[in-house]
Design a protein around this ligand. Structure first.
Ligand code: NAP
Ligand code: HSE
Length: 436
């Protein structure tokens, strides 16, 4: 016998920070119109927070509690929305929600990158579903399209800007000459950064997202720990100046690329040619460029962080889960998992490179640098030697290379460092090609 249930979905929300507050506000403002359009109502029943005494600038009829079991034991709650972040206690709460037969929607990229396939299986075993659209790309719909609309494709490359905080910072540093700390503070005040922004600026947040994206796109399991990661904290304003002079902008890219003998997954600052579509993606915007065998190149762009865009992605997941609950259908699991991916070491990357070297201003230095590179089949594309008029008798040499093997470039740098006239080798930055 099919039980006809009330057209009402009860939500239990975990977390009332930037994202949680966004969900509360959207529901307060739009519940009536959602009910009209979708034919069911969504009721926020309880909200879990860490500190129930905190002063909050938010109105809600939902009960605010610090007791997770209060949500789990409430039969009116069909669906748990997790917006706490981090692994502990979010992972445990997600598992317990599934155990108790509640669907789960989460914005938590760390938990999904580390435990996504296990949680999906756990949900299937318990007859519920889990969705995590907000975990990648903020408001950009990307995981559902990858799992459905674009599923027919084989992808060979995903080039992305998937951290809003760092793209916002890099844009301000470039266009407003703002310093790193001021740009980070602004990003934190806008609610873009993670509670510990180290995850943003050191590329870890982007690595979580790339692990999720590449697992779904390549239909293998890419583990977060296998992603090669460099953040933006070692960039210097000088790199921005040289980038501009050479016709590039500096972006934190997260790239996954498939080769016959494995997959390369890497997050690092890149020089992106001005004419590249991702070069124009500024501020908190994110963009995901996919190359599929059937569809060709697709670029999805939108706000990658922030209260309303993230809550928008969560609402999309809630609607999908709500329909499955009301129609008593399964929420189909995303094809996230599969066999372990064979990951190619970063040393095997072929790329163009930018290198900034501080040297003593004396004859023959450039020749020695050229020899160290040339001996390893790394050919120079351009050289800039700046007369910085520095007081200490040093000068700065900036070289870009033609496409070369990363291992060779690193070996050349090790050799350059040993030269007497070389004071320091600063950033090695990869140069991204334009793919049309
Ligand atoms: P946030 O502003 O720091 O909010 C975290 C919330 O979780 C707070 O309300 C906090 O309670 C609550 N919380 C923390 N620890 C808890 C615990 N042990 N038990 C119960 N509640 C606890 O974080 P957020 O920016 O909203 O991010 C939440 C999640 O969304 C993270 O996974 C993040 O990566 C993801 N996300 C964020 C964005 C964004 O733009 N911010 C975008 C996409 C995805 P109190 O209020 O009482 O302190
Ligand atoms: N801290 C993250 C970012 C939030 O800046 O992209 C969105 O996932």
């Amino acid at each position: 016998m099919v039980v006809i249930r009330e057209r009402n979905i009860g939500i239990g929300l975990l977390g009332l920070g930037t994202v949680g507050a966004g969900v509360v506000e959207i529901l307060a403002q739009k519940s009536a119109s959602y009910e009209k359009n979708l034919g069911f109502s969504i009721e926020l029943i309880k909200i879990l927070v860490a500190d129930s005494h905190k002063t909050r600038d938010i109105q809600t009829n939902a009960k605010i509690t610090t007791d997770f079991i209060d949500l789990i034991d409430d039969p009116r709650i069909d669906l748990i929305v997790e917006a706490i972040g981090g692994e502990t206690p979010a992972l445990e709460y997600i598992r317990k929600a599934i155990d108790s037969g509640k669907h789960v929607v989460t914005a938590n990229k760390e938990v999904i990158a580390k435990y996504g396939p296990e949680l999906i299986k756990h949900a299937v075993d318990n007859g519920v579903g889990i969705r995590f659209e907000a975990s990648v790309g903020g408001g950009i719909p990307i995981l559902r399209p990858l799992s459905r609309d674009l599923l027919a494709n084989d992808f060979n490359k995903i080039t992305t800007i998937i951290n809003g905080t760092t793209n916002y910072m890099l844009t301000r540093m470039r266009l407003q000459n703002e310093n790193y700390s001021a740009a980070l503070e602004k990003s934190k005040s806008l609610g873009y950064a993670e509670p510990d922004p180290t995850a943003d600026v050191e590329g870890i947040d982007a690595a979580y997202k790339l692990a999720i994206l590449s697992s779904l796109a390549f239909k293998v399991r890419v583990r977060f720990e296998e992603v090669y990661v460099e953040g933006i904290s070692n960039l210097d304003l000088a790199d921005f100046v040289y980038a501009k002079e050479l016709g590039y902008v500096v972006k934190l890219l997260a790239i996954a690329e498939k080769f016959d003998d494995g997959i390369q997954v890497r997050v690092h600052p890149s020089f992106v040619p001005m004419e590249h579509p991702l070069a124009k993606v500024n501020g908190v915007q994110n963009a995901i460029q996919l190359s599929g065998d059937l569809v060709g190149s697709v670029i999805l762009e939108g706000p990658g962080a922030g209260k309303s865009p993230t809550a928008s992605a969560i609402m999309g997941d809630i609607f999908e889960a709500a329909e499955a609950i009301l129609e008593q259908k399964k929420l189909p699991p995303y094809p996230f998992g599969g066999n372990a991916a064979k990951i190619q070491h970063i040393d095997l990357l072929h790329s163009q490179y930018y290198l900034r070297i501080k040297v003593k201003d004396q004859p023959g230095v450039m020749a020695e640098i050229s020899r160290a590179l040339g001996d390893r089949d790394v050919s120079l594309a351009s050289v800039i030697q700046k007369d910085l008029a520095v007081l200490d008798g040093s000068t700065e040499i900036v070289v870009t290379t033609h496409s070369a093997l990363e291992a060779s470039v690193r070996d050349a740098i090790a050799s350059i460092r040993t030269q007497d006239a070389v004071i320091d080798v600063f950033n090695l930055i990869r140069i991204e090609e334009v793919i049309t």
